[in-house]
Every structure is written in structure tokens, then in C-alpha cells.
Ligand binder design. Structure first.
Ligand code: KG4
Ligand code: ZN
Length: 336
């Protein structure tokens, strides 16, 4: 069964054709990063306009790469929440129009469910139940994946998302948006013990907090500047990356142990972070936990992950009609 998937929830216009939830036939990602970089972050109005300009050619390219005609697909999946609402609506409306004209079923997909599903593409043997740490630009969650379409959030950030903290820390050491990946690169030659950064406390034992950590980086850089001392950027990058990986692992490990999971997946843009991947790999080996991570190219936003989750939503009969609307916010366990 072949699903055309569409993703436009932030600054990537993406389309993919995925077979049986696990195999990518084609995947096209058109990123707008260069344009948003000038403003230090995603400008929602610009994102929506670029999605409108790009969506037709991105979907056409997905069919061309797959060597398929539009009527050869079985269903259309689309990210319908959460995200920048003007951006989400471009994908939703395009998918509705296509579903109506091709007379194919329409499947709304939750973006975070999609990030989790990126692991099904990379890891053929992965099946629920498992625990998943989802860390992206907008979310930091620890989620029980009870089944392909049943989820329970056990931990979440109380303030900033991990990706947001990476981007702000990156900016304070002079890197451009989105700085997470650049900070990761810069950190490779740095010493993680140079700058002591605080470990935030949260009431919920699986919850996260990153805003204090972000402020500590900004203050350390600012104080050094005022004293005329040069900060060692590589060391600050390494200190920050290592601290975030430790915090993410600390909460995740507690949840795995308390809830008796033997399998862990990580997902979302920040799951590309080398410190997090290394920490999770080492700790899972030590604790006899099976670890699943998406391919680096599937960590960030893409439509293949939406096609993967869309397949499992299809099997559950989770379809939408022409009244489907996009939503800026939605819990992962809610229904469209
Ligand atoms: O999942 P994603 O592509 O978009 C959202 O759904 O939010 O996540 C984007 C976030 C950005 O904050 C970006 O800086 C961060 O993921 N990111 C990284 C790395 N690659 C992307 N953060 C740390 N290290 C990386 N290697
Ligand atoms: Zn995302």
C-alpha cells in the first residue's frame, strides 16, 4: 500500500511516497532555512507563502522520483497538527484538494507521531510498545508508545524545547539560525568540562527545563565580554551539548526503569545531536536497553515519517473528510 505524504508544519515543504509504512519510495524536502536565517528564526508569514509557492512542484517531484502517476497511490497523509497554523493549512488544503480529485482516502497525521514513526523506517524490527524521547525545535517529550496509534506522555518540558535551547545557545556564541547542528559541529573539538552549567530542577520527575540553562550560557558569554575575556566557543559548545545530553538522559533513564521498558527510541531534530546519540548508545549498552535512532536524514522534518505514521493511522481507520482543519496545538494522544 502506497501513501503520498505531505508535511508543511514549519519551514520545510516536504512530500514523500512511502510503502507499507516502512519503505521510502521517494522523499523530497525543500527547506526555507536560508530565507529565515536573515531574521534569526522562522517568520510564519514567509513560511506560509513559500509553502504555497513550492508545494505543487515538491509533490510533483515526489511522483517523478518514484516513477509513479498520481492515481497509483492508495491514500494521502498530511500533517494536520501541531505547527505554525498558516503553514500547516497549506499542506492540509493541498492534501484535501488532491484527495477529492483523486478520490483517495485522506489521513490526518500528528507531527510528533510522525517524528516517532521515523524510527519505523530506519529500524525494520521496531514495534510498539517502547519508550520514546522526542526532542525537536518545538517539543521535548518522553512518550510511551503503547501501540502504533496509542500514546501516553509521561514527561515534557516545562519551558523551552531542547531544540529552542540549542538554537539560543548557538546564537549567543555567534552561530546563525538554526544553530543546533552548527553548535554540535563546533563542540567536536571542545572540552565539555570548561564551563560549569547548572542542572535544572523540575517537580515532575520525567520533566525537563531548559530556560535556566540557556540563560546561564547567555550570562557566561555576556560576563566574559564585559570583562574583555574571550570565550572559548568550542568549549562552551561542548559544555552545553554535554549538559543537555546528560539532562535528557537522566529523565529518560528514570522513566525507562520505573515503567519497565526494554526498548528506547529517540526522535526529532535534536535526535541528530552527536552527544545525545553517543550518551544514549553508551548508557543503553550498559543497561541492556535496545536503542533505536532514526537515520540522520530522517531526524529533521520530512514527509516520509508522515507517510510511515499515516500507514498505521490508515490501518486503524483514522480518516478525515473535507471538513479537516489544521490545528496549531494538539496533544499527541488526541484525535482529529
Ligand atoms: O524536528 P525538527 O526538525 O523541527 C521541529 O519539529 O521543531 O527540529 C528542529 C530543531 C532545531 O532547533 C535544530 O537546531 C535542532 O532540531 N537540531 C539540532 C541538531 N540538528 C538539528 N540540535 C542539536 N544538535 C543537532 N545536531
Ligand atoms: Zn518536527
Amino acid at each position: 500500500m502506497k501513501i503520498l505524504a505531505i508535511e508543511t508544519s514549519c519551514d520545510e515543504t516536504a512530500a514523500a511516497i512511502v510503502e507499507d509504512g516502512r519503505k521510502i519510495i521517494s522523499s523530497v524536502v525543500n527547506t526555507q532555512i536560508e530565507e529565515h536565517k536573515k531574521y534569526g528564526g522562522v517568520v510564519p508569514e514567509i513560511a506560509s507563502r513559500r509553502h504555497i509557492e513550492n508545494i505543487t512542484s515538491v509533490v510533483e517531484q515526489a511522483f517523478l522520483d518514484a516513477n509513479m502517476q498520481s492515481n497509483e497511490i492508495d491514500a494521502i497523509a498530511v500533517t494536520a497538527a501541531p505547527g505554525l497554523i498558516g503553514a500547516v493549512l497549506v499542506g492540509v488544503n493541498f492534501a484535501k484538494g488532491l484527495a477529492m480529485s483523486l478520490e483517495k482516502p485522506l489521513i490526518p497525521v500528528h507531527h510528533i507521531r510522525g517524528h516517532i514513526a521515523s524510527n519505523y523506517i530506519t529500524n525494520a524490527e521496531l514495534k510498539p510498545p517502547f519508550l520514546c524521547l522526542v526532542v525537536s525545535g518545538g517539543h521535548s517529550h518522553i512518550v510511551e508508545v503503547l501501540d502504533y496509534t496509542r500514546f501516553r506522555v509521561v514527561g515534557r518540558t516545562r519551558d523551552d524545547a531542547a531544540g529552542e535551547a540549542f538554537d539560543k545557545a548557538a546564537r549567543s556564541v555567534g552561530l546563525t539560525y538554526p544553530g543546533g547542528v552548527l553548535l554540535d559541529k563546533l563542540s567536536q573539538t571542545g572540552n565539555p568540562n570548561t564551563y560549569p552549567l547548572p542542572t535544572p530542577h523540575t517537580e515532575g520527575k520525567y520533566d525537563f527545563s531548559f530556560s535556566g540553562l540557556k540563560t546561564a550560557v547567555i550570562n557566561t558569554v555576556h560576563n566574559a565580554e564585559q570583562k574583555g575575556i574571550a570565550i572559548v566557543r568550542e568549549d562552551m559548545a561542548a559544555s552545553f551539548c554535554s549538559k543537555v545530553a546528560d539532562i535528557l538522559w537522566d529523565r529518560t533513564e528514570k522513566a525507562i526503569k520505573d515503567l519497565n521498558y526494554t526498548s528506547l527510541a529517540i526522535a526529532g531534530g535534536v535526535s541528530a545531536n552527536s552527544w545525545l546519540r553517543r550518551k544514549a548508545t553508551q548508557e543503553c549498552q550498559k543497561n541492556n536497553i535496545k536503542l533505536y535512532m532514526p537515520d540522520l536524514k530522517l531526524c529533521g522534518d520530512n514527509a516520509a515519517m508522515i507517510g510511515s505514521q499515516g500507514y498505521y493511522e490508515y490501518l486503524e481507520g483514522n480518516f478525515a473528510n473535507m471538513a479537516l482543519n489544521g490545528k496549531p496545538y494538539m496533544e499527541i494522544d488526541a484525535h482529529f
